[in-house]
Design a binder for this molecule. Structure first.
Ligand code: 13P
Length: 336
């Protein structure tokens, strides 16, 4: 078993999942301002430190994805953030792309940037304690999108990123996110996600990536957010599993879904059903941002010094997700 494979399994095994706390300063500012909290470096750290030092971290979280600012911050107890995360038994990770920019040649679409100077940044992040990384490619669905250009160029960037990350002895999270925005059907999402995944794995193969040492972070197969199509959780689970079995090579150890705009309970219920019906060898778990943090953030904003009660809210969410990652969640547990 390679070291990278061991790292991936340490993050994802036993129902554990990933806390995606890697919002850029711009995104975090929007989140904090939406609940009337000032977005200062101190407040951004305080909220994150509250989550990172919770009971839920020990029991549920195998890895935390950080943003550049956070990985370099020091906590009240004079630990670095990566030291705090490691002391709770999780691995620190880092978002290394520099964001999705306009794709020249198809200007309504985006290409993720950040390859220039990546090797040097990775060496620094490794020294700071990071053992895995994230890069997110985004794809819109419409009658003409994603274009071949977007599918090709984002897959190429994800593969170039993955090869440099593995060279630097870290596990790359490969995140091709087909967005929920739009009125497309679930079948459309299934077909377009299939093409996107196929191309990603073709490029990963071309770049000689050790597939046992990556984590795939895909979207679930859902109808568009403004579509009228009513899909049951069972349908979401069955379509998602089929799409992954058909397009993801079996060497990949684990799949950690993004929540992508689903509510907390919806993202939990769908993950639970995916695990109930999972007849593949892939570990199927979560790498949620909003679906792990939303309620905790809302509660915290009312009194940012109420650490303990904020942690209780986060612990509950993390516990629910970890039960779902084992197919053991039920709706009644939400209200207990
Ligand atoms: P959401 O779960 O909020 O979609 O965030 C996950 C993530 O890391 C997106 O890149």
């Amino acid at each position: 078993m390679s070291e990278l494979n061991k790292t991936a399994l340490k993050i994802l095994s036993n129902g554990k999942g990933i806390l995606a706390a890697d919002e850029s300063t711009g995104t975090m500012t929007k989140r904090l301002e939406s609940v009337n909290v000032e977005s200062s470096p101190e407040n951004r750290l305080l909220f994150r430190e509250t989550l990172f030092s919770s009971e839920g971290m020990k029991n549920c979280i195998g890895g935390v994805i950080l943003y550049d600012e956070t990985i370099k911050q020091t906590t009240k107890s004079k630990q670095t953030v990566p030291e705090l995360i490691s002391s709770y038994g999780a691995l620190p990770g880092i978002k290394v792309d520099t964001g999705a920019k306009v794709l020249a040649g198809s200007t309504e679409e985006k290409i993720t940037e950040g390859l220039d100077g990546l090797r040097e940044r990775l060496k620094e992040y490794y020294k700071l304690g990071a053992r895995f990384t994230k890069w997110r490619g985004v794809y819109n669905i419409s009658d003409k999108y994603p274009s071949k250009l977007s599918i090709h160029s984002n897959a190429h960037a994800l593969a170039r990123y993955s090869s440099i990350v593995q060279e630097c002895k870290m596990v790359p999270i490969v995140e091709p996110e087909v967005l929920m925005d739009g009125n497309h059907s679930a079948e459309d999402c299934f077909n377009k996600t299939s093409v996107v995944l196929k191309k990603c794995f073709e490029e990963l193969d071309l770049h000689n990536i050790d597939l046992t040492g990556i984590i795939l972070k895909p979207n679930m197969i859902l109808a568009g957010a403004s579509s009228d199509q009513k899909l049951s959780g069972e349908d979401v689970a069955k379509l998602t599993i089929r799409c992954l079995k058909e397009n993801v090579p079996s060497e990949v150890p684990g799949i950690a879904f993004l929540s992508g705009g689903q509510s907390e309970v919806e993202a939990t219920e769908n993950l639970n059903l995916i695990n109930k019906y999972n007849d593949s060898n892939f570990i199927m778990t979560y790498s949620y941002g909003r679906a792990l943090q939303q309620s905790a953030l809302k509660f915290w904003s009312k009194d940012i010094n109420n650490i303990q009660d904020t942690q209780k809210i986060f612990n509950h969410r993390a516990n629910m997700c970890t039960l779902a990652a084992q197919g053991k969640w039920s709706a009644e547990l939400e209200t207990k």
